[in-house]
Design a protein. Structure first.
Length: 259
C-alpha cells in the first residue's frame, strides 16, 4: 500500500514537468514565412524527443510587433524587416543577445497569371503608371507600416515614381493580402516578395527590383522577453536559424546567409 502511494505521488510530481515540456511554443511570424514554417514544423518535432508543438500567428510584422507590445504571449518573433524588430527591442520586449538575421528575400513586380504583359527589366526608366493603365491600382502592403509596402515605397522613390503612384496604391494589410488582390485580378500589378510570387499559381513574375533600389529585405528572428529561461524556445530559434533548416528555406526561395 505504501509503495503504491509513493508511486502515485511520484507520478503526480512528474505530470507538471511533462506538461511544461509539451506546452506549445508560440511563434509570431511575418506572413511571408508561413509556408516554409509549416514545412519546418514536422522536422522540428522529429529533431529531438520532447520538442514541443508550435503555435503560429502569421500577420504583417507591424501588427505582430504591436501585439507583443500589448502583452500578447509570443515566445519567438520572426519579423520581415529590421525596423519592426528594432521597435520591440527598444521597448525591452526581446532578448537582444538572441537576435539573428540569416534570411533574405527579393522584391518583385507581379501581374495576374493571364496578363499579356511580358517580363521586363525594372529600372528608373520603367513607367509603372503606363503599365497600370488609366484606372489600374498597384497592390502592395500598406507603406505606412507593412514591411513589403515600406520596401516598395523605397523602390518607387528610387525610380522617381512615388509621388505619381502613391495615390494609386491598393494598400493591403500583409504581403499575402496584396498577392491575393493580384491573383483575383483586382489589381493589374503588385509588388511582393519573390518567395510569395514563386508559391502562387495565380500570378506571373514580371521583374525583380534592383537591390540598390531599396533596403535589403532581411528577416530578424529573436526570443521574446517572455521566453527568457525557456530552453525549448532557445532550441527552436537555433533550429530555425541553423543548418538543419537551410535547405527548406532555400527550397521556398529565401536567400540564406552562411553561418
Amino acid at each position: 500500500m505504501r509503495r503504491r502511494t509513493l508511486l502515485l505521488a511520484a507520478s503526480a510530481l512528474a505530470l507538471p514537468t511533462l506538461a511544461r515540456a509539451q506546452a506549445p511554443l508560440t511563434v509570431f511570424a511575418a506572413a511571408s514565412l508561413q509556408d516554409a514554417l509549416r514545412a519546418l514544423e514536422p522536422a522540428w518535432r522529429a529533431a529531438a524527443p520532447g520538442n514541443p508543438p508550435l503555435r503560429f500567428s502569421f500577420a504583417a510584422s507591424s501588427a505582430l510587433a504591436r501585439q507583443i507590445e500589448q502583452g500578447a504571449p509570443a515566445d519567438l518573433f520572426l519579423s520581415a524587416d529590421e525596423p519592426w524588430m528594432d521597435y520591440v527591442a527598444q521597448r525591452g520586449l526581446i532578448l537582444p543577445e538572441t537576435r539573428t538575421s540569416s534570411l533574405g528575400n527579393a522584391l518583385v513586380l507581379v501581374a495576374p497569371a493571364d496578363s499579356p504583359q511580358p517580363p521586363l527589366a525594372l529600372g528608373r526608366g520603367t513607367d509603372l503608371a503606363a503599365l497600370l493603365g488609366p484606372q489600374g491600382r498597384l497592390a502592395t502592403g500598406d507603406p505606412a507600416h507593412v514591411p513589403v509596402g515600406l520596401y516598395a515605397k523605397a523602390a518607387l522613390e528610387w525610380m522617381g515614381q512615388w509621388a505619381t503612384l502613391a495615390p494609386r496604391i491598393a494598400r493591403a494589410d500583409s504581403v499575402r493580402a496584396a498577392l491575393l488582390l493580384v491573383e483575383r485580378g483586382e489589381a493589374p500589378l503588385g509588388i511582393v516578395y519573390l518567395t510569395d510570387a514563386k508559391l502562387s499559381q495565380g500570378v506571373k513574375l514580371l521583374g525583380t527590383f534592383p537591390a540598390e533600389s531599396h533596403p535589403p529585405v532581411t528577416y530578424p528572428f529573436a526570443l521574446t522577453k517572455r521566453a527568457e529561461g525557456n530552453a525549448p524556445a532557445r532550441a527552436l530559434l537555433a533550429f530555425l536559424s541553423g543548418p538543419a533548416s537551410i535547405e527548406t528555406w532555400r527550397r521556398f526561395g529565401f536567400a540564406v546567409a552562411q553561418p
